[in-house]
Design a protein around this ligand. Sequence first.
Ligand code: SAH
Length: 364
Amino acid sequence: MSAPSFEQLLQQDKFSRKDLVRMLSANEIDTLKLFSRAEEVRISHVGKNVYLRGLIEISNICAKDCYYCGIRKSNKNTQRYELSNEEILSAAEFAHKNRFGSIVLQGGEIISNRHTDWIETIVREVKKLSNGSLGITLSLGEQSEETYERWFEAGAHRYLLRIESSDPCLYREIHPDNSLHDYQKRLQSLDLLQSIGYQVGTGVMIGLPKQTIEQLAGDLLFFQSNDIDMIGMGPYIEHKDTPLYAKKNNLSFLDERYLLALKMVASLRILMKDINIASVTALQAINPEGREEAIKVGANVIMPNITPGIWRNVYKLYENKPTISQDDEDNLSYLIERIAAIGYNVQLDSWGDSLHYKSRKKED
Ligand code: SAH
């Protein structure tokens, strides 16, 4: 039997690693077909809505030392901060008033009773100030089962924890080899979050030094076999104050990483038709149109940064992070217009839960 044509491949229901490799290595003409199939799948399965999550970067203090990340513990060239409760709550208030529907609290990884209590209080306060209406996603790294449970009880209902790379060997290359950075532990955290009842998001970096297309295809299959509800994945962007910077000669050009990230988004939409996919900031860091381009090939969530302005530049995971705010009050209508201009609709006042999560729950 001869191999299916690229068009036939895109219409399949099931995809092997080989099929996904073919999609990710598509030439220019086939890439257009991939993108248009992804758009078709997106519209028929999750519609034309785009949901907002106001991103609040609550602290860049981190106990971890991930080789790629600008806020790693050993980076002495960065000023450390933690937002005050007032700063966080006024950002949440802003999101509420502007009808964002939900927020994400993201920060470095800290494990302490004080930190657990602090987040628990903040989650309760955000719920209070919005009469329960703001959805809350957390992105605060690996924590104990008890901590995850307490935050869930307090009212957080989604959690983002990227697997970074689902290939254990590559994972080991980009993290220190110790128990704090253990691949198995990260997997266990994802399981814990799912069993507690969170909607779980994960993701990977695309274009890491020496990362192969086969590994990226494996990442897509990992998302599928782990029944993931939401994905945020974007290009790896080097940061000069990190160990991985030494491997920058092994990197592809930024525009190639960017295109590969769009192909990952499109292929994932075709593979997992009803999940939420975020159009991430790292895309926008490479191309000012990145956010809209990812929406057109299957992403349905955007995370405007609503961290108080003075701290936005200090939370630097990678170089070139967009710092000017496109996302303040006067610019929110501009964002809505830009999304409308490409034919999509920003859905205000909505949690925008993953349809995949809803059908997963029905099956339980
Ligand atoms: N501490 C939290 C979240 C903070 S970092 C956690 O561990 O989940 C959020 C994400 O930024 C990381 O998961 C990583 O995928 C991404 N990131 C970090 N450094 C990056 C870089 N140099 N280029 C691109 N993305 C990066």
